[in-house]
Design a protein around this ligand. Structure first.
Ligand code: 13P
Length: 355
């Protein structure tokens, strides 16, 4: 069976991705989403500009000291750098493992409530994953999204469907040798308290691992990418960084099996600085489990970098990227001194955000 064939490699690659002091750079924005980012700095969304931007990221000297893997959009995995070399080679040269977003996006969930979705892309996934492996990818990502609302979301139906989809995906890509990053994101939209998020998140993550067990997913060859346990963006009671860290770790300890080598949080609209501080606080808490607690940030690693790059300033862009990569690497060891690296305090949260 293919999973058995790849088992050793899956475990090794998951361990490498979860190396102490390293995290993941999420740069897998769809063509539409990256277009919004580029528009923010007045750059047109052309293939050439996307290539220039991502090529700048992937040639940042010493990035591999802080970053173990980079999640790519399909276009980038098969693309060459403006200098003609494959993007995959640029990452490998830095010691960064290339990964690939394999889901095909969110669709309305029939039978669910208005905001509820399921994640598509399971048909033909084993075959697609095999092509990505051949192209040099060694891990994958699939993002399922749940939202907390006053009228009872996420429904049981949406939790079951999204947990099942994540587990089917995880098993499918493992059959082709890719380490699955399992991402059940709980959006920050809403006015619920942090306690409510913790309650919902516990149920969601438990169901994810239950479905993984039913599907025979090799947990040692996976990573979990959750959102942090935070209050809703419109909640009047703001949880402080220490409380976020404590409740997030409590949630993880209640639901994430010890056989999972690493938990890599998404930033979900937190500011760059908040994403680093929360992670740092988590790594200063006593923990019962051994998983590496690190980052897989998109916006919180790229925001000030994009603004510094402005379409052409490679040096400034790379300097901003390495600053946030180093800050988050320190945070993943509990050694980040807030404000010690340039960052942006800008809230990156956008209601109804589509990745
Ligand atoms: P953010 O860190 O911007 O939430 O993105 C991470 C990601 O990969 C979302 O799927």
């Amino acid at each position: 069976m293919a999973l058995n064939y790849y088992a050793k490699e899956l475990k090794e690659n998951a361990q490498l991705l979860a190396s102490k002091g390293k995290g993941i750079l999420a740069v897998d924005e769809s063509t539409k989403t990256v277009g919004k980012r580029l528009a923010g700095i007045g750059v047109e969304n052309t293939e050439e500009n996307r290539k220039a931007y991502r090529g700048m990221l992937f040639t940042t000297k010493d990035l591999g000291k802080y970053i173990s893997g980079a999640i790519l959009f399909e276009e980038t995995l098969f693309q060459n750098h403006p200098d003609g070399e494959p993007m995959v080679k640029k990452l490998n040269d830095l010691g960064i493992i290339p990964g690939i977003k394999v889901d095909k996006g969110l669709n309305p969930l029939p039978g669910g409530k208005d905001v509820e979705t399921f994640c598509s892309g399971l048909d033909g996934l084993v075959e697609r994953a095999a092509k990505y492996y051949e192209q040099g990818a060694r891990f994958a990502k699939w993002r399922a999204v749940l939202q907390i609302t006053a009228d009872g979301c996420p429904s049981n139906l949406s939790i079951q469907e999204n947990a099942w989809g994540l587990a089917r995906y995880a098993r499918s890509v493992q059959e082709a040798g890719l380490v699955p990053i399992i991402e059940p994101e709980i959006l920050m939209d809403g006015d619920h308290t942090i306690e409510k998020t913790a309650e919902v998140q516990e149920e969601v993550i438990k169901q994810v691992y239950k479905a993984c067990q039913t599907n025979g997913v090799l947990l040692e060859g996976t990573l979990l990418k959750p959102s942090m346990t935070v209050n809703g963006a419109d909640c009047s009671e703001k949880a402080d960084p220490q409380k976020v860290a404590e409740l997030t770790i409590r949630t993880m300890e209640r639901c994430v099996p010890a056989s999972v080598p690493g938990i890599v949080f998404l930033s979900g609209g937190l500011s760059e600085e908040a994403a680093s501080v929360y992670l740092n606080n988590m790594n200063n808490l006593y923990r019962k489990a051994m998983w590496n607690v690190s980052f897989s940030y998109g916006r919180a690693l790229q925001h000030s970098c994009l603004k510094a790059w402005k379409g052409s300033d490679t040096e400034a862009g790379q300097k901003a990227l390495i600053a946030r990569a180093q800050a988050n690497s320190e945070a993943s060891k509990g050694a980040y001194i807030p404000g010690s690296q340039p960052s942006s305090d800008e809230q990156l949260f956008v209601a109804g955000y589509k990745y």
